[in-house]
Design a protein around this ligand. Sequence first.
Ligand code: OXD
Ligand code: MN
Length: 580
Amino acid sequence: MTTSLTSLKDWIDKSVSQTLPENIHWCDGSEEEYNYLIKEMNKSGDLHELNQDNYPDCYLHRSDPSDVARVEHLTFICTKNEDDAGPNNNWMMPSKAHQKIDRLFDGAMRGRTMYVVPYCMGPIDSPHARCGVEITDSAYVVANMKLMTRMGSKALKRIEKEGNFVKGLHSTGQLDPNNRLIMHFPDELMIKSFGSGYGGNALLGKKCHALRIASWQAKQEGWLAEHMLIVGIENPQGETHYLACAFPSACGKTNLAMLIPPKSQPGWKVWTLGDDIAWLHLDKNGQMRAINPEAGYFGVVPGTNEKTNKNAFDMIKNKTIYTNVGLTKDNEPWWEDKDIGEPVTDWRGNSFEAPKGPAAHPNSRFTVSATNNPSYSKLAEAPDGVVISAIVFGGRRKTLAPLVYEANSWEHGVLIGAGVASETTAAAAGEVGVVRRDPMAMKPFCGYNFADYWDHWLSFSKKSNNLPKIFHVNWFRQNEAGEFLWPGFGENLRVLRWIIDRCENNVGTNETAIGGLPNSKDIDTNDLDISPEVLKELLSVENSEWRDEINSIGEYLESYGDRLPAALKKEFTKLEMALS
Ligand code: OXD
Ligand code: MN
């Protein structure tokens, strides 16, 4: 196979001369191709076949133990001007970055197959979708890209018609952490990733393209690329509201997107459109619409069980690639809180008799096509996406942030998003459980200066007066004994119902210095084991604690200097005054 598009052909030729692969395989995205790759990886040991009676078409991949998470400290945005990347990114001059990483690519595919992977992020016929081509020497990456994106001949056809695409060059190299780099060149629509086979570093359609490069493209073109799930909530009358929710990695986006309403909420249904990324644009009526650029899920496995996320639990019983989970004696995958079976082998492949740490890596993952999801929305393939009623920000905070509150305006909502903080998780290499600012849950993913990004967010209120309402939620409040105050999971529907009630103007708010909180009576606690005191605590704002928080947000915003938008400063001053 080859291509009629000269720019693509030239880039492939150049990459071949540089990396010197033994073979070139153009991916067509067919089932035959997927099955062939799986078979080859089973032979080579890249995959381990799981119990096919109970887990048909399921396989386990074990990463190199040094390569189990995104590496933010090795991820760079390479713009000519350092300020364009901003204090939120590691920066390198493009010429230097190319030089540094090209040295690693020289001859890197010797004796290996180069796969050329054309893919489309978004429904193939959507005007809002964008395409890319990933060149990789990892069959595991190709199989994941097949499950996660619209990959193969159809994408190539679109690329040839449009003529432009994001170029992604990837090699696992020797998986040496000292020779690992993830570089983004927004001006060239190019990504170069070397030395890692891990999802977010290697599946270039996902974080690298659909967030870092796309956020920058979106700024030029007037839309938004966000780290958000998209979920449809259908009421008993059959009306559906769509919400887009931004939570940091491993804070429950997949669980919320696939929520099963508890028995106490009869007639409610939940539909998944996406669990990680939303591309948002304004339609001609000024309504904000969302598409999910992805076609599958790369979800965190530990904690998934019949109670926390039955849809996901069922979804990953067939045609799933597991990465870094343990094994039972029956050759079934095992992870912490699976609640069934016992591990005999840990994620490294070692015996679990004398356990050293968990059986599954805390960031172990499943890769699965969205079509496996029992709650997959019919509208997930709609070329124009769905109208978003509410944008919801959130983080993992033990204290301070109430269960839910509403912004007074779009600008106030942007400030709430900019001030999001969350405890770090195992999704990225580094310390876990440290509170850090993670504006709009985009700290690791915004491909340009956050100050310019907030300015871009603020610009939407000049373009439309029909924008979604903005909220903030926190499912993770704890008492002094370290117990969660709110039951979470399916019960979160009660909070989403309040959000929808607010969008429909069905209920009022308790106005506080930080925004509108629910009146206790408006949160349905029917059938819930929660005392009025605990609910009161969840729905309270402690001004003195918030004064400390606002000081810390202020210091953070100041680190963006003169580039910080005046409208954001104004919102900040208003909040400061409300709290004084
Ligand atoms: C992810 C992440 O993999 O956010 O989605 O780390
Ligand atoms: Mn994510």
